[in-house]
Design a protein around this ligand. Structure first.
Ligand code: HEC
Length: 162
């Protein structure tokens, strides 16, 4: 019963936030809120999509390493590419509205960028190792060498997920 209530309240939350998005869309259409507000919500969508790609690529990477598969290089290259775009997906002023980005990102952008750069280099190393046949066969170690950067950034710069 408790579980049912929990998932119900989640569904309600979702519906409510969808309604809020529609209300914002309506306000944009009628009151003519500046284009930059619309662009900002667009960038938040782009980065959520980029982060979801990260999640998918991490799963692919784990599976590829376990299989001793050369697909590991492709998955790591995709993470490397997304990582290189992280700083530009968080422009100044994009921390409001429907986003889990913490204001700390813009108070310490150098620190934020550093973790993105660390993820980018760790992924580049996996690409190089995989291409050289030096990846090793421990998927946990390989995925963990990237995942620690995901986790470090989320801990410092992302609001807890609900
Ligand atoms: C430099 C910081 C940083 C790094 C590195 C990073 N993330 Fe994120 N991630 C964020 C922030 C900030 C958000 C919240 C974005 C928002 O809501 O606008 C986020 C959101 C997410 C989300 C939730 C997306 C959604 O549906 O709301 C997932 C999944 C995710 N990240 C996965 C990853 C994975 C996997 C990696 C590593 C391969 C990674 N991230 C690396 C900062 C980072």
């Amino acid at each position: 019963m408790i579980l049912v209530m929990k998932s119900l309240s989640k569904i309600v939350k979702r519906i409510l936030s969808a309604a809020a998005v529609m209300a914002i869309g309506f306000a944009l259409g009628t009151a003519g809120i500046t284009a930059s507000d619309a662009q900002m919500s667009d960038i938040a969508k782009q980065r959520v999509a980029a982060m979801q790609q990260n999640g998918g690529n991490m799963k692919k990477l784990g599976a590829a390493v376990s299989a001793g598969d050369s697909a590991a290089a492709a998955a790591a290259a995709a993470i490397n590419e997304v990582a290189s775009r992280i700083p530009s997906l968080f422009p100044q002023g994009s921390g409001t509205g429907d986003t889990n980005a913490k204001p700390e990102i813009w108070q310490n952008f150098a620190g934020f960028r550093k973790i993105a750069n660390d993820l980018e280099s760790a992924a580049a190393k996996i690409v190089a190792d995989a291409n050289a046949g030096n990846l090793g066969s421990d998927p946990k170690a390989v995925v963990g060498s990237l995942g620690k950067n995901c986790g470090a950034c989320h801990k410092a710069f992302r609001k807890p997920q609900n």
